[in-house]
Design a protein around this ligand. Structure first.
Ligand code: BGC
Length: 491
């Protein structure tokens, strides 16, 4: 075990958690820049080329190849060794043409830390840097702005072995990595994102992965212990992110730097039952406010923070650390929104809250119930409760499986995904019209790709990928998104 012990790994239920998870007004940016219409991916999920050009091993190379993580979940060994082959220039140049055809003006992707610093620290790898420089230049030459996530969960294995984010040195490791990234790409990238969804990485996926690797029984009682233990690692991520932001400003780089957080609005199963309302509020503190409050209010939400501290005395953020995090707050919040979650009170459940079914009649994607209005409410809440920060929706999308993904006579009629995008874009623009400082919207994802614990079985792309041939086939939702972008001039 790397960053937590065997006992903590018994949070198997987190796996279920992690798996379920008209005529338009012109959209112009109020402060000059064009509104960003984009698509999102991450390095491990699309690049392949896992041994190329001096790349070091990452934790995900090990999870998938050595531990065969997907075998336990979907019964097949699947890896990101080839994925969408996006490391290959011939391939990615074609995909850039697809993006142009789609009409996006931005592409959010992440850099593989292990390509830049194969061992995580120490000497930089010139070939890895040259690759991303070329890639960024190719995007720019095609009128597509690169939006670069510095860290999207693939950590160099050497660092993972030392404890990953649980090790306090991780703050310095990340700062050094960010320094190399800024030095190499800061002249041509205008928007960076420090980290992606620390909540999902540390509170959901990592415990699930370790639970699977350990093959231990599902024991929900341990979930609280897992949260308390992972709160330390999560605090290091926030410190690391703040260090990178501090450095970015110190270097005087001309652009914006943000953080992407996942948001899962929590809805009481029975809105008139005070116990359910309280259960949902506790889960809200964990799922939505944990990182936001630290960044924008300089404190972790109570009473959850005290509970974590009582369970794990190592979780003891100092006033100086919290001040550093809130003083070096991001220029923007990257909002990753897929679905809300529903809770009912259960005194025996961790945090007194148990998962409940969505309201009857709610359409379900495999990443959660489809409730576009919750996106609107979320953006308005950021406005009212967190000082109206600049927002980019850095991920939004859905997968429904079944006939929605069937290739029939050379077409994929993913009508449900198309509808999902239409309704969520409408909700986002409604919030913008009501004053939310929304500057961009990115679909997750451009391509079907490697989905962490479920491999290639869960398709989320607006472009179908045949993983045997690497052939791309734009789905109906691609054309729907194309129409939506075209009907909202950027100004
Ligand atoms: C992650 C992506 C993932 C997507 C869909 C987000 O939590 O950032 O890497 O593929 O959700 O599950």
């Amino acid at each position: 075990m790397r960053s937590f012990d065997r006992k903590a790994a018994r949070a198997g239920w987190l796996l279920a958690f992690s798996l379920c998870l008209g005529a338009a007004a012109p959209v112009t940016d109020r402060e000059g820049d064009a509104f960003l219409w984009g698509v999102s991916t991450s390095a491990y999920q699309v690049e392949g080329g896992y041994r190329q050009d001096g790349k070091g091993q990452s934790n995900w190379d090990v999870y998938t190849n050595d531990f065969q993580i997907t075998k336990a979940v979907i019964g097949e060994k699947e890896t990101g060794n080839i994925a969408d082959n996006l490391y290959d220039r011939k391939q990615y140049l074609e995909d850039i043409q697809l993006m142009k055809h789609l009409g996006v003006n931005a592409y959010r992707f992440s850099i593989a830390w292990s390509r830049i610093l194969p061992d995580g620290t120490g000497e930089a790898n010139p070939a890895g840097i040259a690759h991303y420089r070329q890639f960024i230049d190719d995007l720019l030459a095609n009128g597509i702005e690169p939006v670069v996530t510095i860290y999207h969960w693939d950590m160099p294995e050497k660092l993972a072995e030392r404890g990953g984010w649980a090790d306090p040195s991780s703050v310095d490791w990340f700062k050094r990595y960010a320094e190399v990234v800024f030095d190499a790409f800061g002249d041509r990238v205008k928007r960076f994102i420090t980290v992606n969804e620390p909540f999902v990485e540390l509170f959901m996926i990592e415990p699930s992965v370790h639970h699977i690797l350990e093959g231990v029984a599902d024991d929900r009682a341990d979930a609280l212990q897992v949260y308390a233990q992972q709160a330390v690692a999560a605090h290091h991520v926030l410190l690391a992110s703040a260090q990178a932001i501090h450095l970015y400003r110190e270097l005087g780089l001309k652009g914006e730097i943000g953080i992407s957080l996942n948001f899962t609005p929590t809805i009481p199963a029975d809105r008139s039952r005070i116990e359910d309302v309280e259960a949902a509020s506790m889960m809200d503190a964990l799922q939505n406010r944990w990182f936001l409050d630290a960044i924008f209010k300089g404190r972790y939400p109570q009473p959850l923070a005290s509970l974590q501290g009582n369970l794990n005395p190592d979780f003891a953020p100092t006033a100086a650390e919290l001040r550093f995090i809130s003083e070096n707050r991001p220029d923007f919040v990257g909002v990753n929104y897929y679905a809300p979650s529903y809770f009912k009170a259960d005194p025996a459940a961790p945090l007194g809250a148990d998962w409940a079914k969505a309201d009857p009649g709610t359409l379900e994607a495999f990443n959660g119930p489809v409730v576009p209005d919750e996106l609107y409410r979320l953006l308005m809440r950021l406005q009212s409760d967190y000082g109206n920060p600049i927002i980019y929706i850095t991920e939004n999308g859905a997968g429904f499986g079944g006939t929605d993904e069937d290739v029939v006579e050379g077409r994929v009629h993913d009508e449900l995904r198309g509808r999902y995008l239409r309704e969520h874009i409408a909700a986002a623009l409604k919030a913008r019209a009501a004053g939310a400082r929304l500057r961009g919207y990115f679909v997750w994802s451009l391509l079907d790709n490697f989905e962490w614990t479920t491999g290639y079985s869960h398709r989320l792309g607006i472009v179908h990928v045949d993983f045997d041939t690497q052939l791309r086939l734009p789905k109906e939702s691609f054309f729907e998104y194309q129409r939506l972008i075209a009907s909202h001039p950027r100004g």
